[in-house]
Design a protein around this ligand. Structure first.
Ligand code: AMP
Ligand code: ZN
Length: 113
């Protein structure tokens, strides 16, 4: 999608600190980390949010949830971690491309991080 920040990151038009990539999924470090480990996991296909997941595109969501434990393992998050996806304005979603935050590396509060 032409005007989407994360589509531009996936395409390599905007730099990112990549931690994982396959044919369907891209993961990179959040530019404003809220925990010692703060990674965003996104589908390469543009999906706007959790609210846009359908029977037609949900395979990539399953794929993302296969990748998340691999990344957590590679990052050494043996004590646990949090997975968050903000969906829509009331949740504070600021980038309109589906993404899952992985937060860890410290004892997390009941706030998002
Ligand atoms: P959300 O508020 O849930 O939509 O999350 C968007 C996240 O994208 C925020 O945590 C931002 O810090 C992060 N972010 C915004 N721009 C970039 C960027 N260029 N590279 C990495 N992370 C970014
Ligand atoms: Zn996009």
């Amino acid at each position: 999608m032409a005007d989407c920040l994360f589509c531009k990151i996936i395409a390599g038009d905007i730099p990112s600190s990549k931690v994982y990539e396959d044919d369907y999924v891209y993961a990179f470090r959040d530019i404003a980390p809220q925990a010692p480990v703060h990674i965003l996991v996104v589908p390469k296909e543009h999906i706007a949010s959790v609210g846009e997941i359908t029977a037609e595109n949900s395979a990539v969501a399953a794929r993302i949830f296969e990748v998340i434990p691999k990344i957590a393992g590679a990052e050494g998050l043996t004590g646990g971690y949090r997975v968050v996806s903000n969906c829509g304005a009331d949740a504070g979603q600021t980038v309109g491309h589906l993404h899952f935050h992985i937060l860890g590396g410290k004892k997390l509060s009941l706030e998002m991080a």
